[in-house]
Design a binder for this molecule. Structure first.
Ligand SMILES: [Cu+2]
Length: 104
């Protein structure tokens, strides 16, 4: 075997091992109402609906996948987000219905 072939083979094995160790996590869609934005802790307190196989209906603090979303949501907003098995943070948060509350 040439040294190039040897390198290619070990690379292929390494990639194969990486892929085997990180199977795609199951995604769920989360719906809830924002109770509070905790800018310091970079979390949002959300009254969430039950997500089968992920979380019951409850109000709790969730981490978000980027701090910028904390400026886009406010108390009273209905949001949806993508969540993954084994990861209790909210990804790709979308405001579904903005709160009527005046924020000036
Ligand atoms: Cu919970």
């Amino acid at each position: 075997m040439t040294s190039i072939a040897r390198v290619m083979l070990s690379l292929a094995v390494a990639i194969g091992i990486c892929a085997a160790q990180s199977p795609p996590k199951k995604a769920h869609i989360f719906h809830g109402k924002v109770e509070k934005v905790n800018a310091g802790a970079k979390t949002v307190t959300v009254n969430g609906e039950k997500v089968e196989g992920w979380m019951g209906a409850m109000t709790m603090d969730y981490k978000v996948d980027g701090a910028s979303i904390l400026n886009k949501v406010k108390a009273g907003d209905q949001i949806s987000a993508t969540v993954y098995d084994g990861d209790y943070s909210l990804h790709n948060v979308r405001v579904v219905t903005a709160s009527d509350a005046k924020t000036n």
